[in-house]
Design a binder for this molecule. Structure first.
Ligand code: 5AD
Length: 350
């Protein structure tokens, strides 16, 4: 029997493989194993979520960032990045527009911008919660202290996305400047979980220096941490970063990893990311067919969208914009799935 198919069956049954087996499963990817695992993953997701696809309205609140991650287009030393931050009024009007479009989750994402103190964020969160008590608020604002995460949670945010970026400490140091710490990142994720957030981690596929052994560690981390959400997308170089000449990841490997993650933790919320849609015209559809169950269209005001450029040619018009949500719904319906108006919480069998 083909080893990749055997390992896929084992994973579907045990929700666990050894580090060596994960690395082997990745290295054995070919057209046949890719299709086999995608079918398994799609059938597992259907037992929990049927054919529903959850939508999240992404509001990119600031591209100021105090960090200098080597891969990221909004790193502080990119002086060609035109900086912006949204006002409270602008953020609230994104929510108004999103609510009318059927969004019941708002994701406030941004660089690590010291302007957004706890007091400012708590004010915005409680205003959104007041106006839209039936909506979930997700934050994706990087590393903060336990106390800060707790205040934001108490103000009404219930989910937090913080990609771990890589579960290998040496690799972490190859992707980040010296002042950033792998241990601090991991502590933040544990703090978020402890506070009670639905917590999301994630990583880039084919980021510079990444090996299959490192990806195996990412998968083992997901197996053990059991995040509620996991964002993965292909690395895509940005022209004004030290990694400008590095190759992009592929949609195929990203989809294969989405399928593996679905089998590791069946109820996980798994987005077909913007980076996947940027790399491949049908990336998001391919991601959904491989086991993803979330899409995150952009609700940011159109005048700032181009400025939140994490990587070259980031998708921000066409069906990624909320105004074209109808087009997105149609595309998703075409592959046999349905966008639903629902908060889309994780369905754990507790
Ligand atoms: N390519 C793909 N993804 C990127 N991110 C940052 N820069 C890039 C890039 N060049 C991802 C990181 C970050 C998330 C917001 O975007 O994983 O956590």
């Amino acid at each position: 029997m083909n080893d990749a198919l055997f390992l896929t069956d084992k994973l579907a049954c045990d929700h666990s493989l050894s580090l060596e087996e994960y690395a082997l499963l990745i290295s054995l990817r070919d057209a046949k194993s890719q299709q086999y695992i995608a079918e398994k993953a799609a059938s597992v997701r259907k037992t929990i979520y049927k054919n529903s696809v959850f939508i999240r309205g992404l509001i990119e609140i600031s591209n100021y960032c105090k960090n200098d991650c080597l891969y990221c287009g909004i790193r502080r030393s990119n002086s060609s990045c035109e900086r912006y931050r949204l006002s409270e009024e602008e953020i609230l009007s994104c929510c108004d527009e999103g609510y009318l479009l059927g969004f019941r989750t708002f994701v406030m994402q941004g660089g690590e911008d010291p302007y957004f103190t706890d007091a400012i964020l708590c004010g915005i969160i409680s205003k959104i919660k007041n106006k839209y008590p039936d909506c979930a608020i997700t934050l994706s604002l990087g590393e903060r202290s336990f106390e800060s995460y707790k205040r934001l949670y108490d103000a009404g945010a219930s989910r937090y996305l913080l990609r771990h970026e890589t579960a290998d400490e040496c690799h972490y140091a190859q992707l980040h400047p010296k002042e950033m710490s792998f241990d601090r990142r991991m502590k933040c994720l544990k703090d978020l979980k402890q506070i009670g957030y639905q917590t999301g981690c994630g990583f880039m596929v084919s980021s510079p220096h990444q090996t299959n052994a490192m990806l195996a560690k990412d998968l083992k981390f997901i197996e053990e941490f059991k995040p509620d959400m996991c964002g993965i997308g292909p690395f895509i170089p940005h022209r004004a970063t030290p990694f400008s000449n590095m190759p992009s990841g592929t949609a195929e490997l990203t989809c294969y990893l989405l399928s593996i993650i679905r089998l590791i933790h069946p109820p996980i919320l798994l987005p077909a990311t913007t980076a996947l849609g940027t790399l491949d015209e049908f990336g998001r559809e391919k991601g959904i067919k491989a086991g993803a169950n979330v899409v995150m269209p952009n609700l940011s005001p159109s005048c700032v969208r181009a400025k939140y450029e994490l990587y070259n040619n980031k998708l921000y018009s066409r069906s990624e914009s909320a105004q074209e949500i109808e087009e997105l719904k149609k595309r998703i319906r075409n592959i046999g799935y349905e966008v639903v108006t629902d908060r889309g919480d994780i369905r754990l069998n507790k």
